[in-house]
Design a protein around this ligand. Sequence first.
Ligand SMILES: Cc1ncc(COP(=O)(O)O)c(C=O)c1O
Length: 387
Amino acid sequence: MADQKLNFNSLTIHGGQQPEPSTGAVMPPIFQTSTYAQRAPGEHQGFEYSRTQNPTRKALEDSIASLEGAPHGLAFGSGLAAIDAVLKLLKPGDEVISTNDLYGGTYRLFTKIFAHYGIGFHFVDMSDPALVRKYLNEKTKLLWVETPTNPMMNIIDIQAMSELAREVDALLVVDNTFATAYLQRPIEFGADIVMHSATKYLGGHSDLVLGSLAVKDPALAEQLYFIQNSSGAVCGPMDAFLTLRGIKTLHVRMQRHCENGRSIAHFLREHEAVEATYWPGFEDHPGYTVAQKQMKDFGGMVSFRLKGDRFEDASKVVSSLKVFTLAESLGGVESLAGHPASMTHAAIPAEERAKTGVSDGLIRLSVGIEDIRDLQSDLEQALALVG
Ligand SMILES: Cc1ncc(COP(=O)(O)O)c(C=O)c1O
């Protein structure tokens, strides 16, 4: 099927997919095999060894590429494994510019692993392109963008970042985990690589860990396939299958995540126990205009700060929720609540966290697709304990 003729809500189901040739199976089987018979040395059917290629993983990689409007897709054992592969494009002395409220695990990988190999990192407020320009130089090889950012929901202008990257011939990578291709297609705004923790919305059911890359340039994709095979951090066929299954309903789930996210954001903003609510769909959000330009809707992630900004209050609220589950992660059908300062962002030093607003009273919600009345009354009862 010619993908380019399909609209996004069909690409989630058909993009890059064909019935399995030997049986006609509509879903690709879980090819649980490490190796493939050869008729004579080197005479095979395109598959030699499952670290290098696996048909279930290939079906997922083609789906991911199609969703992002990129010719090439790659799947890895986790989002961090996908990020790790991209960073291995770099050499000692190269520099990376990234946002100062980056996901804690990405920050840890950059500063605790790759910094030891002589790669330099600058973490800046990327919502201000002028600040990014200050750090651009001939050593800059990568701009690493997350938008919306985790957990402060800041918006970074992808097109502006791609123009800056071009000035010094650097690559622009966008972590599209929060938005997904349903809301935002970074390749259309000039990104070279789109990265996902598919563990989140793509999988969508909190039952797997997987990462992906979608890549525009064939030579760059070749380099990344080489790293994928050489470093070997690939996903297994079962997880590839589950992610593919999740992707088939991405558009329907995202629509409801956005609806519920909007209602919860407005509910929190009006609540007397809440000091501030962070959601890019508010017209007075500093990134609203850029979000409107590059996103179709505003997603289901909402963060808020309690009045008084106390750890004890945040802890009481998240521990008292009954429909929301207190847990790491996001993007599943069920609503989750997290306390970034002690959970997802604990890897970032307290003084760095304080600068970006990840304080003790901040709570992050991944708003799921349950009945909105149940989500609101759950928050109502928990917030009453600190109001
Ligand atoms: C924005 C973002 N990027 C990357 C990752 C890492 O992905 P994984 O946990 O699949 O390794 C996460 C995980 O929470 C994330 O939220």
